[in-house]
Design a protein around this ligand. Structure first.
Ligand code: ADE
Length: 247
C-alpha cells in the first residue's frame, strides 16, 4: 500500500513514520510512504504557497494552484485510470475511528492533504478531496500530526504489517473493550504485587481475569462503548452481576 502526503513539512512526516512497526513494514516493502512538498509546486520565485483571505480576517489561506499542481503530478506518476482517494485532515471532518482505518487499509493507495494557516482555498478542496476526516475535537496547528496518526492506524490494518502476536492486541479493541492491565518483572515493585492469578500458569483463569478487567476498565473510562461490546458467556455474567442493576 502506498501513502502520498502533500505537505509543507515533508521532513516531519518522514521522521515521524520511519520508526518502530511502520519503519519495519516500510523496510519490508509492505507499505510505502512518499512525501510531496507543496512548496515545490509554487510558481512564485519566493516559493509562496499562501495568500490573504478574500473578505478579510486573520491569517493566511493556502492557495489552490500549488496544491492542484502537486495533485496532478501525483496522478500522472500514479498511472491509473481510477480517481485516487484524497483525504483532507481537518477539525470539521468525520471523526476517525478503527473501522475507518480498516476500510482505508483496503486501498492500494491514499493521498493525504495537510493544511496550514487558516485553511485551504475551498475550490481546490472541491475539486480533489474525497474524504474529510478529523482525529478529534481539538484544533492542531496543521494537518501533519493528524495525517501521521491516520497513516499509523491504517498501516496496522494492512495484512503483513503486524505479527500474529501484535494483531491480537488490536482485536481486543475491536470488541469495543479496552485493554486489560499488563505487568512485567519484578513480581513486587514499590510494595505493589503483580496479581496472583497471572503467576498461576492457569491460562483459562488468566483469560477470565483479563476479560473481567477489560470490562472494569471499559465501564470506568468508556462506559458508552459497552453497548457494542461482544462478551463471552462467562464475562457477560460478570458484567451483569457487577454493573447491571437487576430488579
Ligand atoms: N487539523 C487541525 N486540527 C485537526 C484535527 N483535530 N483533526 C484533523 N485535522 C486537523
Amino acid at each position: 500500500m502506498k501513502f502520498h502526503v502533500m505537505t509543507l513539512f515533508p521532513d516531519m512526516i518522514s521522521a515521524g513514520l520511519h520508526t518502530s512497526i511502520l519503519g519495519r513494514a516500510m523496510d519490508a516493502g509492505i507499505i510505502e510512504l512518499k512525501t510531496h512538498d507543496i512548496r515545490d509546486y509554487s510558481k512564485d520565485k519566493h516559493r509562496h504557497v499562501d495568500d490573504y483571505p478574500y473578505g478579510g480576517g486573520a491569517g493566511m489561506v493556502m492557495s489552490a494552484e500549488p496544491i492542484a499542481a502537486c495533485y496532478a503530478d501525483i496522478c500522472e506518476k500514479r498511472m491509473r485510470r481510477d480517481r485516487p482517494r484524497v483525504i483532507y485532515v481537518t477539525p470539521w471532518g468525520k471523526p476517525f475511528h478503527q473501522e475507518m482505518a480498516k476500510e482505508m487499509a483496503e486501498m492500494d493507495d491514499l493521498i493525504f492533504l495537510c493544511g496550514h494557516y487558516e485553511g485551504v482555498d475551498e475550490r481546490v478542496l472541491e475539486s480533489i478531496v474525497t474524504d474529510y476526516v478529523s482525529i478529534g475535537d481539538y484544533v492542531l496547528s496543521g494537518g501533519e500530526l493528524p495525517a501521521m496518526v491516520m497513516i499509523d492506524a491504517i498501516s496496522r490494518m494492512v495484512p503483513g504489517v503486524l505479527t500474529n502476536e501484535e494483531s491480537g492486541m488490536t482485536e481486543s479493541f475491536e470488541n469495543n473493550l479496552l485493554e486489560y492491565p499488563q505487568y512485567t518483572r519484578p513480581e513486587e515493585w514499590n510494595e505493589r504485587k503483580v496479581p496472583e492469578v497471572l503467576l498461576s500458569g492457569n491460562h483459562k483463569k488468566i483469560a477470565e481475569w483479563r476479560a473481567e478487567r477489560s470490562v472494569d476498565r471499559t465501564m470506568k473510562y468508556r462506559p458508552e462503548l459497552m453497548e457494542g461490546a461482544v462478551l463471552d458467556k462467562k464475562t457477560a455474567k460478570y458484567y451483569r452481576e457487577h454493573y447491571v442493576n437487576e430488579k
